[in-house]
Design a protein around this ligand. Sequence first.
Ligand SMILES: C[S@@+](CC[C@H](N)C(=O)[O-])C[C@H]1O[C@@H](n2cnc3c(N)ncnc32)[C@H](O)[C@@H]1O
Length: 270
Amino acid sequence: MQFDEFAAFEKNGWEHVVPSYEDYFGRLTVQSHPALLDALAVGPGTRMLDVAAGPGYLAAAAIERGATAAAVDFSASMIAHARQLHPEIEFQIADAAHLPFDDESVDAVGISFGMLHFPEPERALGEAARVLRAGGRVAFTAWALPERAVGFGMVLDAIQLHGKPDVGMPPAPPFFRFSDPGECVRVLTEAGFVDARAVEVEQTWHLVLPETPLDGLMHGGVRMAALLRAQSRSALAAIEQEVKTRVKAYTAHGELLIPMPCVLASAIKP
Ligand SMILES: C[S@@+](CC[C@H](N)C(=O)[O-])C[C@H]1O[C@@H](n2cnc3c(N)ncnc32)[C@H](O)[C@@H]1O
């Protein structure tokens, strides 16, 4: 595999961020789940698979619609936490590139903020196509470009200004590859799906000062967290100051309302 080192780095990282992922991202990624479930046509009786499920938010939302849901994630600690939160859902530890499900066994496959973490996202889509019945739907979300997903933008700009963007991280697919709706449609079409489409969905990161997006990215994720931790102490202090200045434009009554839209891509198995 071309990105072996990155795959191991992600796997190890996601084993260690469960509580902070939930604290920082739990109220954010769920904001696009109604649109994601609509794109998957999830309703009563749908058999949905949530891939890279994390704490199982998407699977839980599907069950609220009357669907049945199974969920996989390659992080054993994420799955242990998800099972505690949702004992009614069938969770399995599995990689998106090797789904432990039979051919044509589900109606819908949802991947909420997983594709940008996969070393080989095309393989995950190949697996989605295999387990979907004909006429079934796949949909995934990924962050919009940092100019629009402002929480990323302000932190990355601050690193550019005061730190080192290149800190020798393992080679990896571009973090913002699927921020491009055209690329989403292309990759879905190449995987054999039809009627591929991609739209932007609004999300807002609610944070309470003194916390800023820097804290969320430093503690609640893997790749951005490693980039931030690799900065020198003085650079990190300057980055923090820069972000504190920038969040002022998004502050109301001590609360931050940071735009964090995503791209939602979907398609149908012919
Ligand atoms: C950003 S979180 C998304 C969690 C959840 N779906 C959500 O929307 O909040 C990414 C999740 O993908 C999982 N993940 C990353 N690479 C994976 C892979 N190759 N196979 C399965 N899960 C993976 C991580 O363990 C983590 O739980």
